[in-house]
Design a protein. Structure first.
Length: 138
């Protein structure tokens, strides 16, 4: 059984690499992803009363493998959500308060602070809320 699994994975890998080289399948799809998607399609089809027609959910899975569907790029996959925009930091790379521009001390755990204290956070909230009211009254 183990050797048949290895042979299947090798066959799927070969088919996938040829399809990717031809531009027919997403470039970020791995053989493991393909195997998981095919397993899902089989499970979906088994629940169908009419096994001759492709289930809409299985059709969606198959279409998601095609090239041209939004692919996950390496820069998106590896981005650091906690980095902040460059304007949120000074030349030394320290985080700056978005309201007053003071340096923010970094906490050991949790999400990085955007404001140096509660007063600055509240001031920023009031500014955002005021912008929303001004837009809705125009």
């Amino acid at each position: 059984m183990e050797s048949s699994g290895r042979r299947l994975n090798a066959a799927l890998g070969g088919l996938l690499s040829r399809a990717q080289a031809a531009g027919r399948v997403r470039s970020d799809l791995t053989p493991e992803d393909l195997r998981d998607l095919l397993t899902g399609c089989v499970a979906i089809q088994r629940r169908r009363p009419d096994p001759e027609t492709l289930a809409p959910a299985a059709r969606l899975l198959v279409s998601s493998m095609r090239s041209g569907v939004t692919e996950t790029r390496d820069d998106e996959r590896n981005r650091d959500e906690n980095k902040g925009s460059p304007s949120d930091r000074n030349a030394a790379g320290e985080r700056l308060c978005r309201t007053c521009g003071k340096t923010i001390s970094s906490a050991a755990r949790g999400r990085p602070a955007r404001y140096c204290n509660a007063a600055c956070r509240q001031k920023a909230y009031r500014q955002r809320a005021g912008e929303g009211r001004a837009e809705s009254s125009s």
